[in-house]
Design a protein around this ligand. Sequence first.
Ligand code: ATP
Length: 357
Amino acid sequence: MTIHAANFRELRLDRLCRDFGSHNAVKDVSLTIRQGEFIALLGPSGCGKSTTLNLIAGLLPATGGGIWLDEKRIDPLRPEERGFGMVFQSYALFPHMSVRKNIGFGLKMRGMPKAESESRVAEAVALVRLQGQEDKLPGQLSGGQQQRVAIARAIAVQPPLVLMDEPLSNLDAKLRLEMRAEIRRIHNALGATTIYVTHDQEEALSLADRIVVMRDGEIRQVGGPEDLFSRPDHLDVAEFMGFRNKVSGKVASVANDLATVTVGNVGVTGRVRTKAAPGEVAHLSIRPEDLHPVPEGGAGLEAKVVSTEFHGREFVGFARMADDTPLTFLADRRIAPGTDIRLAADKERVLVFGGAA
Ligand code: ATP
Protein backbone atom coordinates (compact mmCIF):
# COMPACT_ATOMS: atom_id res chain seq x y z
CA MET A 1 0.00 0.00 0.00
CA THR A 2 1.46 3.38 -0.94
CA ILE A 3 -1.07 5.38 1.02
CA HIS A 4 0.05 5.45 4.60
CA ALA A 5 0.17 8.07 7.27
CA ALA A 6 3.23 10.28 7.45
CA ASN A 7 5.42 9.58 10.44
CA PHE A 8 5.68 11.61 13.60
CA ARG A 9 5.66 10.75 17.29
CA GLU A 10 3.27 13.25 18.78
CA LEU A 11 1.28 16.42 18.31
CA ARG A 12 1.39 18.68 21.33
CA LEU A 13 -1.00 21.50 22.13
CA ASP A 14 0.60 23.73 24.73
CA ARG A 15 -1.70 26.11 26.61
CA LEU A 16 -3.50 26.94 23.41
CA CYS A 17 -5.85 29.93 23.54
CA ARG A 18 -8.21 31.62 21.11
CA ASP A 19 -10.18 34.74 21.98
CA PHE A 20 -12.87 36.34 19.89
CA GLY A 21 -12.89 39.89 21.28
CA SER A 22 -13.51 39.45 24.99
CA HIS A 23 -14.85 35.91 24.55
CA ASN A 24 -12.36 33.13 25.39
CA ALA A 25 -13.48 30.36 23.00
CA VAL A 26 -10.44 28.17 23.80
CA LYS A 27 -8.66 28.55 27.14
CA ASP A 28 -5.28 27.05 27.96
CA VAL A 29 -5.84 23.77 26.15
CA SER A 30 -2.88 21.40 26.64
CA LEU A 31 -2.98 17.94 25.11
CA THR A 32 -0.55 15.42 23.66
CA ILE A 33 -1.77 13.19 20.85
CA ARG A 34 0.33 10.19 19.90
CA GLN A 35 0.75 8.84 16.40
CA GLY A 36 -1.94 6.32 15.53
CA GLU A 37 -4.48 7.54 18.07
CA PHE A 38 -8.12 8.22 17.30
CA ILE A 39 -9.03 11.20 19.48
CA ALA A 40 -12.57 12.56 19.86
CA LEU A 41 -13.12 16.16 20.95
CA LEU A 42 -16.51 15.94 22.62
CA GLY A 43 -18.72 18.59 24.16
CA PRO A 44 -21.92 20.57 23.80
CA SER A 45 -22.42 23.23 21.14
CA GLY A 46 -20.21 26.26 21.73
CA CYS A 47 -17.68 24.50 24.01
CA GLY A 48 -14.78 25.34 21.66
CA LYS A 49 -14.15 21.99 19.98
CA SER A 50 -14.39 23.27 16.38
CA THR A 51 -12.24 26.27 17.27
CA THR A 52 -9.61 23.89 18.71
CA LEU A 53 -9.69 21.81 15.53
CA ASN A 54 -9.39 24.93 13.37
CA LEU A 55 -6.40 26.08 15.40
CA ILE A 56 -4.71 22.71 14.78
CA ALA A 57 -5.56 22.93 11.07
CA GLY A 58 -4.24 26.46 10.86
CA LEU A 59 -7.57 27.87 9.66
CA LEU A 60 -7.53 30.22 12.65
CA PRO A 61 -4.53 31.86 14.33
CA ALA A 62 -4.10 31.16 18.05
CA THR A 63 -4.11 34.13 20.45
CA GLY A 64 -1.90 32.25 22.91
CA GLY A 65 0.12 29.08 23.38
CA GLY A 66 1.66 26.89 20.71
CA ILE A 67 1.30 23.71 18.64
CA TRP A 68 4.20 21.30 18.19
CA LEU A 69 4.62 18.37 15.85
CA ASP A 70 7.50 16.54 17.54
CA GLU A 71 10.26 19.18 17.81
CA LYS A 72 8.76 21.50 15.21
CA ARG A 73 6.60 24.42 16.19
CA ILE A 74 3.80 24.50 13.62
CA ASP A 75 1.37 27.16 14.79
CA PRO A 76 3.08 29.90 12.73
CA LEU A 77 2.62 27.77 9.58
CA ARG A 78 -0.14 28.22 7.02
CA PRO A 79 -2.69 25.34 6.65
CA GLU A 80 -1.11 24.05 3.43
CA GLU A 81 2.32 24.04 5.08
CA ARG A 82 0.98 21.88 7.90
CA GLY A 83 -0.47 19.49 5.32
CA PHE A 84 -3.22 17.99 7.49
CA GLY A 85 -6.24 16.29 5.92
CA MET A 86 -9.57 17.95 6.71
CA VAL A 87 -13.06 16.48 6.48
CA PHE A 88 -15.99 18.80 7.14
CA GLN A 89 -19.65 18.25 7.90
CA SER A 90 -20.54 19.94 4.62
CA TYR A 91 -18.13 17.71 2.59
CA ALA A 92 -16.77 20.86 0.84
CA LEU A 93 -16.34 19.07 -2.51
CA PHE A 94 -15.82 20.92 -5.79
CA PRO A 95 -19.23 20.47 -7.49
CA HIS A 96 -17.93 20.80 -11.07
CA MET A 97 -15.12 18.26 -10.61
CA SER A 98 -15.47 14.49 -10.93
CA VAL A 99 -14.87 12.21 -7.96
CA ARG A 100 -11.44 11.39 -9.40
CA LYS A 101 -10.50 15.07 -9.77
CA ASN A 102 -11.79 15.94 -6.30
CA ILE A 103 -9.71 13.20 -4.73
CA GLY A 104 -6.62 14.08 -6.78
CA PHE A 105 -6.89 17.81 -6.16
CA GLY A 106 -4.40 18.00 -3.29
CA LEU A 107 -1.91 15.82 -5.17
CA LYS A 108 -2.11 18.06 -8.23
CA MET A 109 -1.59 21.12 -6.07
CA ARG A 110 1.58 19.52 -4.75
CA GLY A 111 2.79 18.92 -8.27
CA MET A 112 2.78 15.13 -8.06
CA PRO A 113 3.52 13.45 -11.40
CA LYS A 114 0.35 12.26 -13.17
CA ALA A 115 1.05 8.52 -13.08
CA GLU A 116 1.82 8.53 -9.38
CA SER A 117 -1.18 10.69 -8.61
CA GLU A 118 -3.46 8.36 -10.60
CA SER A 119 -2.34 5.34 -8.69
CA ARG A 120 -2.71 7.19 -5.37
CA VAL A 121 -6.27 8.23 -6.32
CA ALA A 122 -7.14 4.66 -7.34
CA GLU A 123 -5.93 3.42 -4.00
CA ALA A 124 -7.87 6.05 -2.06
CA VAL A 125 -10.99 5.19 -4.11
CA ALA A 126 -10.56 1.52 -3.22
CA LEU A 127 -9.99 2.31 0.45
CA VAL A 128 -13.28 4.22 0.70
CA ARG A 129 -15.00 1.68 -1.56
CA LEU A 130 -16.05 4.01 -4.36
CA GLN A 131 -14.85 1.93 -7.31
CA GLY A 132 -16.98 2.58 -10.39
CA GLN A 133 -17.99 6.10 -9.25
CA GLU A 134 -14.80 7.88 -10.30
CA ASP A 135 -16.28 9.81 -13.23
CA LYS A 136 -19.41 11.01 -11.46
CA LEU A 137 -19.92 14.53 -10.16
CA PRO A 138 -20.59 15.02 -6.43
CA GLY A 139 -24.20 15.98 -7.21
CA GLN A 140 -24.78 12.51 -8.66
CA LEU A 141 -23.78 10.80 -5.40
CA SER A 142 -25.63 10.11 -2.15
CA GLY A 143 -24.64 11.96 1.04
CA GLY A 144 -22.70 8.93 2.29
CA GLN A 145 -20.81 8.61 -1.00
CA GLN A 146 -19.97 12.32 -0.98
CA GLN A 147 -18.59 11.94 2.52
CA ARG A 148 -16.44 9.03 1.27
CA VAL A 149 -15.06 11.30 -1.48
CA ALA A 150 -14.22 13.93 1.14
CA ILE A 151 -12.41 11.30 3.24
CA ALA A 152 -10.53 9.94 0.20
CA ARG A 153 -9.44 13.47 -0.71
CA ALA A 154 -8.18 14.07 2.82
CA ILE A 155 -6.15 10.85 3.02
CA ALA A 156 -4.79 10.78 -0.55
CA VAL A 157 -2.04 13.25 0.40
CA GLN A 158 -0.83 10.97 3.22
CA PRO A 159 -1.33 13.58 5.90
CA PRO A 160 0.28 13.16 9.31
CA LEU A 161 -3.09 14.04 10.84
CA VAL A 162 -6.67 13.70 9.67
CA LEU A 163 -8.99 16.31 11.20
CA MET A 164 -12.73 15.70 11.06
CA ASP A 165 -15.41 18.17 12.14
CA GLU A 166 -18.77 16.48 12.73
CA PRO A 167 -18.40 14.55 9.46
CA LEU A 168 -21.55 12.47 9.92
CA SER A 169 -24.02 15.16 10.97
CA ASN A 170 -25.65 15.50 7.57
CA LEU A 171 -26.33 11.78 7.15
CA ASP A 172 -29.45 9.91 8.21
CA ALA A 173 -29.28 7.61 11.24
CA LYS A 174 -28.62 4.37 9.35
CA LEU A 175 -25.90 5.81 7.12
CA ARG A 176 -24.34 7.49 10.09
CA LEU A 177 -23.81 4.13 11.77
CA GLU A 178 -22.41 2.63 8.59
CA MET A 179 -20.01 5.53 7.94
CA ARG A 180 -18.94 5.54 11.60
CA ALA A 181 -17.67 1.99 11.19
CA GLU A 182 -16.09 2.94 7.86
CA ILE A 183 -14.19 5.86 9.38
CA ARG A 184 -12.69 3.61 12.04
CA ARG A 185 -11.86 0.94 9.44
CA ILE A 186 -10.08 3.49 7.24
CA HIS A 187 -8.22 4.93 10.25
CA ASN A 188 -6.96 1.44 11.15
CA ALA A 189 -6.10 0.50 7.57
CA LEU A 190 -4.01 3.66 7.12
CA GLY A 191 -2.44 3.69 10.54
CA ALA A 192 -3.68 7.29 10.56
CA THR A 193 -3.87 9.72 13.45
CA THR A 194 -7.34 11.20 13.63
CA ILE A 195 -8.86 14.05 15.60
CA TYR A 196 -12.63 13.93 15.38
CA VAL A 197 -15.00 16.64 16.62
CA THR A 198 -18.45 15.57 17.75
CA HIS A 199 -21.21 16.50 20.20
CA ASP A 200 -22.53 12.93 20.10
CA GLN A 201 -21.26 10.92 23.09
CA GLU A 202 -22.18 7.60 21.49
CA GLU A 203 -20.13 8.47 18.40
CA ALA A 204 -17.16 9.42 20.57
CA LEU A 205 -17.46 6.31 22.75
CA SER A 206 -17.67 3.94 19.81
CA LEU A 207 -14.92 5.53 17.67
CA ALA A 208 -12.21 6.95 19.85
CA ASP A 209 -9.20 5.53 21.67
CA ARG A 210 -9.31 8.59 23.91
CA ILE A 211 -12.01 11.18 24.40
CA VAL A 212 -11.33 14.80 25.30
CA VAL A 213 -14.38 16.32 26.95
CA MET A 214 -14.57 20.10 26.55
CA ARG A 215 -16.76 22.63 28.27
CA ASP A 216 -16.62 26.43 28.15
CA GLY A 217 -13.40 26.41 26.11
CA GLU A 218 -11.54 24.15 28.54
CA ILE A 219 -10.64 20.49 28.71
CA ARG A 220 -12.63 18.92 31.53
CA GLN A 221 -11.45 15.32 31.29
CA VAL A 222 -9.40 13.10 29.00
CA GLY A 223 -9.80 9.35 29.09
CA GLY A 224 -10.61 6.10 27.36
CA PRO A 225 -14.27 5.45 26.52
CA GLU A 226 -14.91 2.96 29.35
CA ASP A 227 -13.22 5.24 31.83
CA LEU A 228 -15.25 8.30 30.93
CA PHE A 229 -18.44 6.31 30.73
CA SER A 230 -18.22 4.87 34.23
CA ARG A 231 -15.86 7.22 36.07
CA PRO A 232 -16.47 10.83 35.05
CA ASP A 233 -14.48 13.27 37.20
CA HIS A 234 -16.84 16.22 36.92
CA LEU A 235 -20.54 16.67 37.33
CA ASP A 236 -20.92 18.16 33.86
CA VAL A 237 -18.89 15.35 32.26
CA ALA A 238 -21.20 12.90 34.03
CA GLU A 239 -24.26 14.69 32.67
CA PHE A 240 -22.75 14.61 29.22
CA MET A 241 -21.97 10.89 29.56
CA GLY A 242 -25.61 10.03 30.17
CA PHE A 243 -25.96 10.52 33.94
CA ARG A 244 -28.98 12.66 33.22
CA ASN A 245 -30.42 12.71 36.72
CA LYS A 246 -28.86 15.31 38.97
CA VAL A 247 -30.15 15.52 42.52
CA SER A 248 -28.80 17.80 45.24
CA GLY A 249 -28.62 16.97 48.93
CA LYS A 250 -26.47 17.18 52.05
CA VAL A 251 -23.71 14.70 52.85
CA ALA A 252 -24.68 12.62 55.92
CA SER A 253 -21.66 10.34 56.11
CA VAL A 254 -18.58 9.28 54.19
CA ALA A 255 -16.88 5.89 54.48
CA ASN A 256 -13.98 4.99 52.20
CA ASP A 257 -15.16 5.91 48.73
CA LEU A 258 -18.86 5.73 49.53
CA ALA A 259 -20.97 8.66 50.71
CA THR A 260 -24.55 8.81 51.90
CA VAL A 261 -26.37 11.97 50.86
CA THR A 262 -29.65 13.04 52.44
CA VAL A 263 -32.30 14.12 49.95
CA GLY A 264 -35.61 15.05 51.60
CA ASN A 265 -36.05 12.27 54.17
CA VAL A 266 -34.00 9.58 52.46
CA GLY A 267 -30.34 8.75 52.41
CA VAL A 268 -28.90 7.81 49.01
CA THR A 269 -25.50 6.11 48.91
CA GLY A 270 -23.09 6.30 46.00
CA ARG A 271 -19.44 6.35 44.93
CA VAL A 272 -17.56 9.56 45.69
CA ARG A 273 -16.12 11.17 42.55
CA THR A 274 -15.18 14.57 43.98
CA LYS A 275 -14.48 15.14 47.66
CA ALA A 276 -17.61 15.08 49.79
CA ALA A 277 -17.54 16.22 53.44
CA PRO A 278 -20.29 15.58 56.00
CA GLY A 279 -22.68 18.52 56.34
CA GLU A 280 -21.79 19.93 52.91
CA VAL A 281 -23.83 20.07 49.74
CA ALA A 282 -23.30 17.27 47.20
CA HIS A 283 -24.85 16.25 43.91
CA LEU A 284 -25.89 12.78 42.91
CA SER A 285 -25.60 11.69 39.26
CA ILE A 286 -27.64 8.70 38.15
CA ARG A 287 -28.33 7.26 34.69
CA PRO A 288 -32.02 6.87 33.84
CA GLU A 289 -31.42 3.17 33.08
CA ASP A 290 -30.12 2.63 36.63
CA LEU A 291 -33.04 4.34 38.39
CA HIS A 292 -36.10 2.17 39.05
CA PRO A 293 -39.31 2.30 41.11
CA VAL A 294 -38.93 0.43 44.42
CA PRO A 295 -41.64 -1.92 45.74
CA GLU A 296 -44.19 -0.65 48.29
CA GLY A 297 -42.54 0.28 51.60
CA GLY A 298 -38.98 0.47 50.11
CA ALA A 299 -36.77 3.56 50.47
CA GLY A 300 -36.04 5.81 47.53
CA LEU A 301 -36.22 9.33 46.11
CA GLU A 302 -39.82 10.48 46.44
CA ALA A 303 -41.40 11.83 43.29
CA LYS A 304 -44.65 12.19 41.36
CA VAL A 305 -44.95 10.59 37.95
CA VAL A 306 -45.46 13.05 35.08
CA SER A 307 -45.64 10.55 32.21
CA THR A 308 -44.33 7.26 30.89
CA GLU A 309 -43.30 6.45 27.33
CA PHE A 310 -43.14 2.98 25.78
CA HIS A 311 -39.70 2.50 24.16
CA GLY A 312 -40.12 -1.01 22.83
CA ARG A 313 -38.07 -2.95 25.32
CA GLU A 314 -38.97 -0.87 28.37
CA PHE A 315 -40.94 2.08 29.63
CA VAL A 316 -39.18 5.38 30.28
CA GLY A 317 -40.74 7.32 33.12
CA PHE A 318 -40.57 11.02 33.90
CA ALA A 319 -41.21 12.28 37.42
CA ARG A 320 -40.67 15.35 39.55
CA MET A 321 -39.58 15.57 43.16
CA ALA A 322 -41.31 17.95 45.59
CA ASP A 323 -38.72 20.68 44.85
CA ASP A 324 -39.37 20.23 41.09
CA THR A 325 -36.12 18.29 40.38
CA PRO A 326 -36.88 16.19 37.28
CA LEU A 327 -36.08 12.47 37.33
CA THR A 328 -35.99 10.07 34.37
CA PHE A 329 -36.19 6.36 35.15
CA LEU A 330 -36.91 2.95 33.67
CA ALA A 331 -40.00 0.96 34.53
CA ASP A 332 -41.46 -2.36 33.45
CA ARG A 333 -44.95 -0.96 33.01
CA ARG A 334 -46.86 2.24 32.33
CA ILE A 335 -47.50 4.28 35.49
CA ALA A 336 -50.42 6.71 35.68
CA PRO A 337 -49.49 10.42 35.80
CA GLY A 338 -49.85 11.77 39.33
CA THR A 339 -48.81 8.48 41.00
CA ASP A 340 -46.49 8.92 44.00
CA ILE A 341 -43.43 6.70 43.62
CA ARG A 342 -40.04 6.07 45.16
CA LEU A 343 -37.02 5.63 42.90
CA ALA A 344 -33.71 4.01 43.77
CA ALA A 345 -30.47 2.87 42.16
CA ASP A 346 -27.74 0.46 43.22
CA LYS A 347 -25.05 2.36 45.18
CA GLU A 348 -22.39 1.23 42.68
CA ARG A 349 -24.36 3.09 40.00
CA VAL A 350 -24.72 6.39 41.84
CA LEU A 351 -21.97 9.02 41.60
CA VAL A 352 -21.48 11.60 44.35
CA PHE A 353 -19.92 14.96 43.51
CA GLY A 354 -19.12 16.98 46.58
CA GLY A 355 -18.84 20.75 46.66
CA ALA A 356 -20.95 23.31 44.86
CA ALA A 357 -20.05 21.87 41.41
P1 ATP B 1 -20.55 23.82 17.57
O1 ATP B 1 -20.63 22.34 17.61
O2 ATP B 1 -21.86 24.50 17.78
O3 ATP B 1 -19.76 24.37 16.42
P2 ATP B 1 -18.20 24.10 19.16
O4 ATP B 1 -18.01 23.40 20.45
O5 ATP B 1 -17.50 23.56 17.99
O6 ATP B 1 -19.74 24.22 18.88
P3 ATP B 1 -16.93 26.56 18.55
O7 ATP B 1 -17.50 26.63 17.19
O8 ATP B 1 -15.53 26.19 18.72
O9 ATP B 1 -17.81 25.60 19.45
O10 ATP B 1 -17.21 27.95 19.26
C1 ATP B 1 -16.78 28.26 20.59
C2 ATP B 1 -17.25 29.63 20.98
O11 ATP B 1 -16.59 30.62 20.20
C3 ATP B 1 -18.73 29.85 20.76
O12 ATP B 1 -19.23 30.61 21.82
C4 ATP B 1 -18.80 30.62 19.47
O13 ATP B 1 -19.92 31.43 19.43
C5 ATP B 1 -17.51 31.42 19.50
N1 ATP B 1 -16.99 31.66 18.14
C6 ATP B 1 -16.60 30.71 17.27
N2 ATP B 1 -16.15 31.26 16.11
C7 ATP B 1 -16.27 32.61 16.26
C8 ATP B 1 -15.98 33.74 15.44
N3 ATP B 1 -15.46 33.60 14.21
N4 ATP B 1 -16.25 34.96 15.93
C9 ATP B 1 -16.74 35.13 17.18
N5 ATP B 1 -17.04 34.10 18.01
C10 ATP B 1 -16.82 32.86 17.57
